[in-house]
Design a protein around this ligand. Structure first.
Ligand code: ZN
Length: 306
């Protein structure tokens, strides 16, 4: 969930660039909010028609779309809460709020997958009936169109502002249009007399919900386990050791919410004064920020070389 431009680069940047990044970020946020609103509306329509028609394919697709919307909402909720200033009881701030909210979303997605899967299997074996098939097909059609429109919108904005997150999100929405199409095909099957087709579609779409659940959960676990890309540590280590006066460096990095913390233990000559060690630390900080632009906090600890 990183990469929307929340991370600050370390070097001072020209005001024009800062302004453009702000506009880009606002565009990205607008794209996510507008998309979530559209998908949420489509999901609710599908849910209502699923309840009316007894279609499990449509129900699964509705739950999938609403699950996607809830993950977007968590990103926003997390952003808002994480900006709260640190307090004496939370001296490191509130940045992990997004991960905590993510736990609730992951749970809700897995529960909806289990629910949709159970109803689909149940319907398959009891040969449950589907009514109002025409309405069901129309609702699934709304799901297809909503996801296609959202995919194109996110792709256009994502390419313009060069946001990998948004482009990946667009691909996700494109796949989701297939999921809605699956629900629609199941209902078309029912319309031509294959009463089992809706239950089979329900199972297939449940697979899509499991996919979302897996993605959300694995990302969350990575965050909660303080995982980082190994290249971050490699780049920071080589940047720190290239600074004059640093003979050797131990680097560790961790994400805390949206903040990438980089800790550098640098070995300096024993005769180095505290003032010189501080100055070396400032140079190390600048070098690390240059090598790892997403680093927001760089902590320097000088160590004596013996
Ligand atoms: Zn999805």
């Amino acid at each position: 969930m990183h990469g929307l431009g929340e991370c600050q680069a370390g070097e001072p940047r020209p005001p024009a660039q800062v302004a453009r990044e702000l506009v880009d970020r606002q565009d990205a946020h607008r794209a996510i909010v507008v998309s979530a609103a559209g998908l949420g509306a489509a999901g609710l329509i599908e849910l209502a028609i699923a309840a009316l028609s007894g279609s499990v394919g449509l129900l699964s697709d509705a739950l999938h779309n609403l699950a996607d919307v809830s993950t977007s909402l968590v990103v926003f909720l997390g952003l808002r809460v994480s900006r709260r200033p640190a307090t004496s009881s939370h001296p490191f701030g509130w940045e992990r709020a997004e991960d905590v909210a993510g736990l609730g979303v992951a749970l809700a997605i897995w529960v909806s997958a289990a629910f949709a899967g159970y109803l689909s299997v149940h319907k398959l074996f009891i040969h449950g009936s589907t009514t109002d098939v025409g309405w069901g097909i129309a609702a699934a059609g709304i799901g297809v169109i909503a996801n296609q429109v959202v995919a194109r919108y996110k792709l256009r904005v994502g390419r313009r502002i060069q946001s990998a997150t948004l482009v990946a999100d667009a691909q996700h929405s494109w796949l989701d249009a297939l999921s809605s199409a699956g629900a629609m095909i199941g209902l078309l099957g029912v319309a031509v007399g294959w009463s089992w087709a809706d239950a089979v579609a329900g199972l297939l779409v449940t697979g899509f919900i499991c996919h979302v659940g897996y993605e959300v959960t694995s990302e969350l676990v990575r965050h909660l386990m303080d995982a980082v890309e190994p290249r971050v540590v490699e780049a920071a280590t080589s940047a720190a050791t290239q600074v004059d006066g640093v003979t050797h460096a131990h680097v560790r990095a961790r994400w805390m919410g949206r903040t990438l913390l980089v800790e550098v233990e640098g070995f300096v000559a024993p005769a180095t004064t505290v003032g010189a060690a501080e100055a070396t630390g400032r140079a190390v900080e600048a070098a690390v920020r240059g090598a790892v632009p997403e680093a927001r906090v760089v902590r320097w600890t000088p160590r004596s070389l013996d």
